[in-house]
Design a protein around this ligand. Structure first.
Ligand SMILES: Cc1cc2nc3c(=O)[nH]c(=O)nc-3n(C[C@H](O)[C@H](O)[C@H](O)COP(=O)(O)OP(=O)(O)OC[C@H]3O[C@@H](n4cnc5c(N)ncnc54)[C@H](O)[C@@H]3O)c2cc1C
Ligand code: SF4
Ligand code: SF4
Length: 336
């Protein structure tokens, strides 16, 4: 049976790969990083008293299963540098630090994920100008590296501000669409911070909360405050506190709060590397720059797409779309 290729080893690509291999389909999985798992590799478990279904551990479990499956060839640290379609077969030139190889495949699933909005372009918010102004992904990495010693890392009774919708839902300074996942992860991140660091407080700034996920029914805790208003500027006082200035939408007045950490939740953007991949394969992208897909099918026969490369979505949704794309690819192979 002809082989197929999955490009991207995050939750979506891993789900596609496993779905295909479980149906006796040989798969070549190409991942540009040295390790499989995608973005969730740096996310912390969000369980407080019980599992909060953040999905982060699913990717690690999928990666483990992929690596030990006899029908799956994993190529990490590599990317497709050229692709050619000849008589319904794709000729893929894959290159990495360890070498180069040509593969012929009968179908492709694109699962290349996303980039995030670069906060450096908005210096008024303090990123790269002030210490302890970080992105949510960087905060996840700080906590992972701290190996449970979170109080030592963030300080005693840290006051933390989280800024939602940073670069999302504002066309003039970012993108017009909602990034769909940051309400979810900021709430879960806030809760583990107050649960594991005695006396920690978190203020979550944002326009409103998008209720895509049932988790919001969980209610609020006193140490997490929701402030309806978008911060306009972050500065540092002589005593080292970070000052967040914002317009409080409830009172239409300018206010400020003092914090030890500011965590930005930047917009989810189309991956820059997708541009060349799409050009090579003749794949159309939508108005926002994501891969244009109709339920997993692209404009190109035999090429399917899954996960955040088609638009912002959660880990569980990405896994589901990976399985759907794999099903479509199998149907394509059987009809070819
Ligand atoms: C800070 C933050 C926290 C989040 N927390 C949560 C959460 O708690 N729960 C939740 O459900 N969602 C969360 N999300 C969303 C979650 O990250 C996505 O749902 C998920 O990662 C999407 O999976 P994916 O496979 O589409 O993309 P990714 O996880 O981004 O995986 C894409 C993979 O493709 C690889 N790749 C990219 N381009 C190429 C190429 N050209 N060739 C080869 N490989 C390539 C990348 O290296 C990567 O491994 C969070 C997002 C952010 C930014
Ligand atoms: S789904 Fe999330 S909260 Fe639940 S065990 Fe896995 S990592 Fe922890
Ligand atoms: S998911 Fe929430 S934080 Fe993210 S852009 Fe949408 S409304 Fe803003």
């Amino acid at each position: 049976m002809a082989r197929v290729m999955v490009i991207g080893g995050g939750p979506a690509g891993l789900a596609s790969t496993l779905h295909l291999a479980a149906r006796n389909q040989e798969v070549i999985l190409v991942e540009k990083d040295e390790k499989l798992g995608g973005s969730p590799r740096v996310y912390n478990c969000k369980a407080v008293d019980e599992c909060r279904q953040c999905g982060a551990c699913l990717a690690a479990e999928q990666a483990y299963r992929v690596q030990s499956h006899p029908l799956i060839q994993v190529i990490t640290g590599s990317q497709v540098v050229a692709a050619q379609l000849v008589n319904g077969i794709y000729h893929m030139d894959v290159r990495g630090a360890e070498g180069a190889a040509m593969f012929t495949v009968a179908g492709i699933i694109l699962a290349t994920g996303f980039d995030i909005f670069d906060p450096a372009g908005r210096s008024e918010m303090g990123y790269q100008r002030l210490e302890r102004v970080v992105t949510a992904r960087e905060m996840e990495e700080i906590l992972i590296k701290a190996r449970g010693e979170w109080e030592e890392e963030l300080g005693i009774m840290p006051r933390i501000a989280m800024v939602r919708c940073f670069g999302s839902r504002e066309q003039s300074r970012g993108v017009s669409y909602c990034s769909r996942v940051c309400c979810l992860y900021s709430e879960k991140l806030a809760r583990i911070l107050i649960d594991r660091i005695p006396g920690a407080t978190v203020d979550i700034f944002g326009m409103d909360t998008q209720r895509y996920h049932p988790v919001y029914a969980a209610g609020h805790q006193d140490s997490v405050r929701y402030i309806r208003g978008m911060p306009a500027r972050v500065d540092r006082l002589p005593n080292q506190a970070l000052v967040v200035k914002y317009e409080d939408s409830a009172t239409s007045s300018i206010k400020q709060g003092h914090y030890d950490w500011v965590v930005l939740c930047p917009a989810v953007l189309p991956a820059r590397s997708d541009r060349s991949l799409c050009e090579m394969l003749g794949i159309e992208r939508d108005n926002q720059g994501f891969i244009a897909s109709l339920g997993g099918s692209t404009n190109q026969r035999g090429v399917f797409a899954a996960g955040c490369c088609t638009g912002p979505q959660t880990i569980v949704e990405s896994i589901g779309s990976g399985q759907t794309a794999a099903g479509l690819l199998l149907r394509h192979l059987s009809s070819a």
